[in-house]
Design a protein around this ligand. Structure first.
Ligand code: SF4
Length: 337
């Protein structure tokens, strides 16, 4: 089931997505039967602990899962009917940047350390130009300067190497690369994780400005709930490779319905409750040996007997809010608090 999102048009419809990793100890289901609809022009935040599957999900959308990982099932269909999970190598190459782009987590790792920033962007422009339509070098440089202007970099940055840039500048260069072909969907994987809070805020403001200019959809992956609250319009919570709650950001923060979301929200440091740190009890699950029933039951303070044997499904519990918890399956409108 998908949240209808008012009158918004669907940009990407993910159904039954499964990403597995084959290990000597068995199969790890890193993304487990995920259904998610993204709407045109929205800012969606995907949250979860390390290993919850959020980064794997966006890597799968761009077909960047490396062996021993593989997409085991599902579809991810764009508004024109293109299923990202079924494209061949050449087809996905054409989709990247033009329709779906990624702002990576480690800017340094995604920039070529021995190539000037401007040359890297010009190479991107050339590589993705249609056959016979490669712009001349002067036009490429102008395009790079225009991209730099849009992300807040000076033209002189084109002559610099990655090691000559600060962390924030490197991330801006990556954003410039991501928007170089005006994508409709930007996948941002913890784009500010290595930056200080002031630069974080500036980068997120830039991303938001560009999202507005392009009328693009942004899927922001991260674990910083504060950042999500400021940026996202809707939020999805992942646990153990599954989506356990999806809803408008206000509802997720002020009226979370899934016990895991409730614990996540209550673990955010609060100025009003000083000296008390409330974490989530227990340890994260092992994907190689997941519990039966609800994956969260060993840590859930609200677990009932059935949780050990029955797997809950994502169901709509309020307008635009989906929750995967047996407490809501028993009484669709009963609050889980
Ligand atoms: Fe907790 Fe049971 Fe709901 Fe899972 S299904 S979140 S264990 S109450």
């Amino acid at each position: 089931m998908s949240v209808n999102g008012g009158n918004k048009e669907t940009l990407l419809d993910i159904r039954g997505m499964e990403v597995h990793f084959e290990t000597r100890r068995g199969i790890a289901r890193a993304v487990n039967e995920v259904d998610l609809t993204l709407y045109k022009g929205e800012r969606f935040g995907l949250v979860g602990e390390s290993g919850s599957g959020k980064t794997t999900l966006i890597l799968a959308l761009l077909r960047m899962i490396k062996t021993p990982g593989f997409i085991a099932a599902g579809s991810a269909t764009l508004d024109d009917g293109t299923d990202l999970l079924k494209l061949n190598r050449e087809e996905i190459r054409r989709v990247r940047l033009k329709r779906v782009a990624m702002v990576p987590q480690g800017a340094m790792n995604s920039l070529n350390p021995v190539m000037r920033i401007g040359d890297q962007l010009m190479l991107t422009i050339r590589e993705h130009a249609e056959d016979g339509e490669i712009p001349d070098k002067h036009t490429q440089l102008k395009q790079v300067e225009e991209l730099f202007y849009r992300v807040g970099l000076k033209p002189a940055v084109a002559r610099l190497y990655p090691h000559e840039l600060s962390g924030g500048m490197k991330q801006r260069a990556c954003i410039a690369q991501a928007i170089s072909l005006n994508p409709q969907l930007i996948l941002a994987d913890e784009p500010t994780s290595a930056l200080d809070v002031v630069v974080q805020r500036q980068i997120m403001q830039t991303l938001r400005k560009l999202q507005n200019e392009l009328d693009a959809t942004v899927l922001l992956v991260g674990h910083d709930m504060g950042l999500m609250a400021q940026f996202a319009e809707r939020v999805g919570i992942m646990y153990g490779g599954k989506l356990v709650e999806v809803g408008p950001v206000e509802d997720i923060f002020h009226n979370p319905q899934h016990p895991y979301t409730q614990l996540l929200i209550s673990s955010i440091p609060n100025f009003e409750i000083k000296g008390e740190f409330r974490g989530i009890p227990g340890v994260g699950l092992s994907l190689l040996d997941p519990p039966t029933g609800c994956l969260f039951h060993p840590r859930c303070p609200k677990a009932i007997d059935r949780c050990k044997s029955v797997e809950p499904q994502l169901k709509e519990v309020a307008a635009d809010q989906l929750v995967s918890c047996l407490l809501h399956e028993e009484d669709q409108h009963a609050p889980a608090s």
